[in-house]
Design a protein around this ligand. Structure first.
Ligand code: HEC
Length: 162
């Protein structure tokens, strides 16, 4: 009997200890839950890091372009070219087969725009922004119009006037 009593007491102590021990981790487990909420902050930082205005894309233009004063003669040349080569798919201020170039420099660096005009195939393959755009436009790719850098630059100037 003594042995059985000892056994039961031992079992009781063990059970109580296990319960007490069980309580602690559950109250501790609330703490990690709180710190998981805090972990969302770096996500916002990552978003700010991917600044589309600094993205120049991939293609022959390797450096960001900073605009000086508007070159009206160049913009006029660009407008002519745009009407001849681009309006089949683009309207200046409305979404059509492709996006509208109005206010494009509020979301893109001019160098990115040039690379999109000069190297649309490479952009669609390698540039994350162009890839997303292709999806948005249901997989219709922007076609290469075989423009020279100068011609592309004139259209980029014309887009400033929209
Ligand atoms: C065959 C139709 C077609 C023609 C022609 C075309 N584009 Fe596009 N363009 C698109 C489509 C579709 C997209 C969006 C999907 C993609 O990028 O593939 C696009 C995207 C663009 C973008 C990116 C716009 C943005 O909001 O980021 C620019 C810039 C652009 N085109 C300029 C031009 C210029 C300049 C010309 C004329 C030299 C031209 N495109 C001719 C279909 C065309």
């Amino acid at each position: 009997m003594k042995l059985l009593n000892l056994f039961i007491t031992g079992l009781l102590i063990f059970t109580l200890a296990a319960c007490g021990g069980g309580d602690k981790p559950s109250s501790e487990s609330k703490a990690p839950a709180k710190s998981m909420v805090k972990k969302e902050e770096p996500k916002a930082e990552a978003k700010a890091e991917a600044d589309p205005m600094k993205d120049i894309g991939v293609g022959p233009i390797k450096e960001a372009i900073t605009f000086g004063e508007l070159d009206e003669a160049l913009a006029a040349k660009g407008e002519e070219l745009y009407k001849a080569k681009c309006t089949a798919c683009h309207k200046p201020d409305k979404k059509y087969i492709g996006p509208a170039p109005k206010d494009i420099y509020q979301r893109r660096n001019p160098a990115w725009v040039m690379n999109m005009i000069l190297n649309p195939d490479g952009m669609i393959k390698e540039d994350p922004t162009a890839k997303k755009l292709l999806q948005e436009f249901n997989g219709t790719p922007m076609s290469n119009q075989s423009l020279t850098e100068e011609e592309a630059r004139s259209i980029v100037e014309y887009f400033r006037t929209l």
